[in-house]
Every structure is written in C-alpha cells, then in structure tokens.
Design a protein around this ligand. Structure first.
Ligand code: PLP
Length: 456
C-alpha cells in the first residue's frame, strides 16, 4: 500500500534470491537508491551504514567514481571480447599479471569466471580434468567443512556445507565429505583445550582420507575464516595441519578467499594470516568491490602444468564462460586494486581491526550474546543463552537483532545465530565507532524484546 510504484512492481514481478517469497509479497523490498562511502540510502531517504559491505564485497565503498570511469573508458574502447581459444585483451592480461603479483609466491596462473560459484565449479572440474590427464580418474572426491560456503551452483553448492543449500535441492550431487566446522567455541567438547580441538579435527581429516582412500580424494576446500557459515575463525594450528596432511596424500588444497582476500582478515590473504600456501586460491567480491561481477582462480605451477599437459593431449580444456575475463570487469578490477594499493586499504583494515574487534567484544557479557569473534574487519556476534545453547526457536535471535539494527541505521547480516560484520575497507574510525554504537542500541532493544517474550 505504499505509494511507491517500484515497490509494487518488485512485489509483482521479481523473484529474490535467499528470500521467503510469500513474506516478500506482504512486506515488499527495501529499495536502495544510492551510496556514499560506507553508507547507502533507501527510497525513503533513510541512511544506513553498510556494515556488511553489500555481500562482504564492496572494499572501496559505494561511491567510487574511479571505478565508474574505468568501466566507461573500457566500454568505449572494447566493450566486450572473450578469451577463448588464444584470444585475449589488455584488461584480462593486466589483471592476471596483477593477481600473480599480489598472491602468495608460487601461484602463477589465472583463470577468470563471473562469480565465486562458477569459480569453485571450475576448480572441481580443473581437479577432475587434471586427474584424468594423470591417468587417475578415480581421484575425484572433495573434502569440505560443515558450514563452509562455496556458492550455490551444482558443484559449488555441493561443496557448501549448509543445510539450507542442500535441503530440497538433492545436493550434494558430487562426491564430497563435510568435516567438522573449525570453531572452538561452538564445537569443542567439554574440557577440551584449543590444541586438543585442533588435533581432533586434524585426526578426523586424516582418518577420513585413509578410510575413503587417498587415491579417491582430489581436493580439500575451505575458507581461511568462514563467512556465511557464521564468521568462524579457525583454532590455532588448524590450517598448517590441514596443509601438511593434504601434501602428504597428494590432495589439492584450495583456499576459498572469496570473502577473505585483499586485507579482509587484517592480512593480505587469509592463507597468509593462518600460515599456509594453497595449490589453488579463489578470489572474487573485493576483487572488483563487486562493481562488476568477476572471480579469479589462481593456481600454482603443479596444477597448471598438469592441466596444460592434458590440453596438449586432448586439444583443449573444454570449459569457460562467455564472460571469462570480461574486459569491463577486468578494467574495473584493475582500478579497484590500484585504489586498494594507493590508499593502503589493506593497511587501513589492519589498523582499524582492534577498534571493531574490541568494540564488539565489549558486548561479550551481554545476556543475549554467546561469543564475539573475528579478525581484521570481519566479525561475528553469536547469540546464545548461558553457555552456547541457542535461543528457541533456533535461528530466530540474529534476524531479530538485524531488524533492530536496521531501525538504528545499520545493515548487518544474520547468518544463522550470528550477526556478521564486514564493513567496506574504506571505513574510518568514526564509521566504526558509529557501527559499534548503533549495534549497542539495537542490542538494548533486542534485550527489552527478549525480556518481554520471556526469553531471558
Ligand atoms: N565462496 C565464498 C567464500 C563466498 O562467500 C561466496 C559468496 O558469498 C561464494 C564462494 C560464491 O560466490 P558468488 O555468490 O559470487 O557465486
């Protein structure tokens, strides 16, 4: 009934991802009209701090005209060309070169896709193609983690370890085993130290490899810090241990850095933060600040050479997208990375991390809060009663808090019982102070509501 025809048209014609569509028919959309730095504005003129950077992705904020100019210049020069069958163009060449420069030593070749999901599907197919070429087609399975998020296409959605992405889609559709989520607070046994927890998870990994047969396992994929599964930071020693076991059994180690990359964790890459070097690194989101859709897979020489040898045998790698290395997306990516470097946005994330992390940790003893965790400019506040038992119905508290945050002019995201924070890398001290203050006010409102409901 709002006098906004866009509102009515959205209800009438749009199908939204990750949405209860019947509820949407009643509620309608929140229509965003423009952005300014870390802030966005809706069609009613309300201002929000976008403390999730859109979908964990807008590093340079919502009003960077340099990216608009880069897109426009490229659109005028060569708006589209593909990269199939020996064709190339300057933006994709330069961006691949830049990514090799910016990724850890040893990662030397880049394959572009349009999205993180397509990138992870491509990784699966690369692993299969490579193993077929090496005469071991049975080396096909993937290991991933419960609560990991790797996308929603058939293969990447199979790697994802969240029930909501599997239930009613008949996934996983590829052979994948999901291992325990590396969250000490949530999944440790009573009395277990962090070191013992890490050791248990590493034993689970090695036991799984041995019981399934190393000759059947192609790869292990994980986000250094899990994002959509609830901002799970790994326990001490976990990643070096995983890397060692993968190397021992000749299993490709894939770091899904779609959220973690470009300074998000306070280091350049999550894998650098946690002390391991993957065979394959996947990046997207902050690669272009999501101004254009783009993802990249960066592989080491071992992976490249095995794939390249097989293409020499077969004549081709029968895989690629119309938009692989899209010139406009790559031009925007290059400009975005230039801004990240010139303005030292990764350094900004590292410098401002304590303000966000300590700011949120002051709520650790709040009656609704179970754990506050995070690193760099990514954080999660998980709701729980005493101990780690969720409020009932499970999964209901975080969305409630998110709604109160929106009232306060703060956009954050509920990922199950956790509210996630992942602000643009351009945030200032004042922005973070304001994020924490608005969140505090929303928590107060949530507590009043919870008391009225008899939940606390
Ligand atoms: N991998 C991770 C870690 C992600 O967080 C996401 C998206 O949120 C994806 C992959 C999938 O990316 P896309 O939504 O671009 O397909």
């Amino acid at each position: 009934t709002r006098p906004n025809s866009l509102h009515a048209a959205d209800i009438a014609h749009s199908m939204h991802p990750y949405t209860n569509m019947r509820l949407h028919e009643e509620k309608g959309p929140m229509i965003m009209t423009h952005g300014d730095g870390a802030r966005v504005y809706d069609s009613e003129g309300k201002e929000y701090i976008e403390a999730l950077a859109g979908l964990w992705s807008v590093a340079v904020g919502f009003s960077e005209t340099r990216l608009a100019d880069a897109a426009y210049e490229q659109l005028k020069k060569l708006p589209y060309y593909h990269t199939f069958a020996h064709k190339s163009h300057e933006p994709s060449i330069r961006l691949a070169e830049k990514l090799v420069e910016m990724t850890p030593e040893g990662l030397n070749r880049v394959f572009f896709t349009n999205s993180g999901s397509e990138a992870n599907d491509t990784v699966v197919k690369m692993a299969w193609f490579l193993n077929n070429g090496l005469g071991r087609p049975e080396k096909k399975k993937f290991l991933a983690r419960t609560k990991g998020y790797h996308g929603i296409t058939i293969a990447s959605g199979s790697l994802t370890g969240l029930a909501g992405n599997h239930t009613d889609f008949d996934l996983p559709a590829i052979p994948v085993t999901h291992l325990t989520t590396p969250s000490y607070w949530r999944y440790s046994n009573e009395g277990e130290t962090e070191a013992e927890f890490t050791a248990r998870l590493l034993k689970e990994l090695e036991d799984t490899i041995i019981s399934e047969g190393p000759e059947t396992i192609a790869g292990f994929i994980g986000e250094p810090v899990m994002g959509a599964g609830g901002v799970m930071t790994p326990p001490e020693g976990y990643w070096p241990g995983v890397a060692e076991i993968c190397a021992k059994y000749d299993i490709l180690l894939v770091a899904d850095e779609v959220i973690n990359g470009f300074g998000r964790t306070g280091a350049r890459w999550g894998c650098e933060k946690y002390g391991f070097t993957p065979d394959i690194l996947v990046t997207s989101k902050q690669l272009t600040s999501s101004y254009m859709p783009l993802a990249a897979i960066v592989v080491n020489d071992k992976v490249y050479n095995a794939i390249a040898d097989n293409t020499a045998k077969l004549g081709t790698f029968g895989h690629g997208f119309t938009g692989s290395g899209h010139p406009v997306a790559c031009a925007v990516g290059l400009e975005n990375l230039a801004i990240i470097e010139e303005q030292d946005l990764m350094g900004n994330a590292e410098r401002l991390a304590p303000l966000l992390q300590d700011g949120l940790r002051q709520f650790a003893d709040h009656p609704l809060v179970g754990e506050v965790r995070g690193t760099g400019l990514i954080a999660g506040v998980e709701f729980a009663k005493d101990g780690r038992e969720s409020f009932t119905p499970a999964g209901s508290m975080a969305p409630k808090v998110v709604a109160f945050c929106a009232e306060e002019g703060l956009i954050v995201r509920a990922v199950y019982e956790t509210v996630a924070f992942c602000p643009p890398l351009i945030v200032t001290e004042e922005d973070i102070t304001e994020i924490v203050a608005r969140f505090g006010r929303a928590l107060d409102k949530a507590l009043d509501w919870a008391k009225a409901e008899g939940l606390v």
